[in-house]
Design a protein around this ligand. Structure first.
Ligand code: FES
Length: 128
């Protein structure tokens, strides 16, 4: 599932808000509004922001990580054999991958392009 625009007034996507919550430890609407302006405009996004905050506080596996894992499975299935791609880590919008057995620049570019298209255009995909 791709990132969705949550706060139209501030132009903040679901992935950007998740990153703000995780990286800055924002845990309530007030801190989100003060730090990023999320929910500080018209206010129509506040119910969704509250849902996101509740989910992020209680989830074991972040939704953004699940989205990247799912997208990567689809991308990996289309890579030419014997290519193998592995998700090493994800920190906010930064995804670290390992490409094995067929580590070519064009495959890295293809994977990067597909993940950004499927998950979020602001995703930073690096290879180690
Ligand atoms: S949509 Fe978020 S404050 Fe207006």
């Amino acid at each position: 599932m791709a990132a969705r625009l949550v706060c139209r007034c501030m132009g903040l996507s679901s992935l950007q808000i998740e990153k703000l919550v995780r990286d800055r430890g924002l845990a309530d609407l007030t801190s989100l509004a003060l730090e990023a302006g999320a929910g500080a405009g018209c206010g129509t996004c506040r119910p969704e922001l509250e849902e996101m905050l509740a989910e992020l506080a209680g989830e074991a596996v972040p939704e953004s990580l699940r989205r990247v894992e799912t997208a990567l499975l689809g991308v990996a299935a289309r890579l030419p054999p014997p290519t193998e791609v592995e998700l090493r880590s994800m920190d906010g919008l930064r995804v670290e991958l390992h490409l094995a057995r067929n580590d070519l620049p064009e495959l890295r570019a293809l994977i990067r392009e597909r993940l950004c298209k499927l998950v979020c255009t602001e995703l930073e995909v690096v290879f180690r």
